[in-house]
Design a protein around this ligand. Structure first.
Ligand SMILES: [Zn+2]
Ligand SMILES: [Zn+2]
Length: 176
């Protein structure tokens, strides 16, 4: 297939793959070097944001990042945090996700990772990448579009909340 051949060619994507491989090979990736290699400056704000994300762990709100960074750099403002988060996402050092209507950020892992989040109880379930890969492969085949998906969050109802919703619905019908 010409598609899979094209995917392996060197280009901006290949550079990003190297970034990921680098992250995989080092437990503590040297983000500063990665940013510099792409021709950007490692500002203290960028460094503090990455530190804050690492410190908080998991999915972090911009507000939590702001509060964490402000402890070390009192003059920082929210706009700077947002701007730098966008930059770090473009660099693929950070991934963003829409969780229950809020945009949250997380340090990018060595490999893509995905979640299912229950909109009622908030339970988070890991979604294996191979399932997402199958979906992306279908799109590549049918639409000839190469999806770059590193962090997917799907909202819905967990088994427990589905059962609870069903019981509630049944109870409603029992009322005379
Ligand atoms: Zn995540
Ligand atoms: Zn639930």
């Amino acid at each position: 297939m010409p598609l899979s051949g094209r995917k392996r060619k060197a280009g901006p994507l290949a550079v990003l793959r190297i970034v990921h491989r680098f992250a995989m090979a080092h437990a503590q990736p040297d983000y500063a070097t990665l940013i510099r290699q792409q021709g950007f400056r490692v500002t203290s704000q960028r460094r503090l944001i990455l530190e804050a994300l690492r410190q908080c762990g998991g999915h972090v709100s911009p507000e939590a990042i702001y509060l964490c960074v402000r402890e070390k750099a009192a003059a920082v403002n929210r706009a700077t945090i947002y701007r730098n988060l966008d930059f770090l996402c473009q660099m693929r050092l950070v991934v963003a996700a829409q969780v229950n209507g809020h945009r949250l950020y997380e340090i990018a892992g060595a490999a893509p990772h995905h979640h299912l989040i229950c909109r009622l109880c908030g339970q988070m379930i890991d979604l294996p990448h191979r399932q997402v890969e199958a979906f992306c492969a279908t799109i590549a085949r049918q639409e000839h579009f190469s999806v770059e998906l590193e962090h997917l969050v799907l909202s819905g109802l967990c088994p427990k909340c589905q059962r609870a919703a069903l019981t509630k619905e049944n109870d409603k019908h029992m009322i005379p």
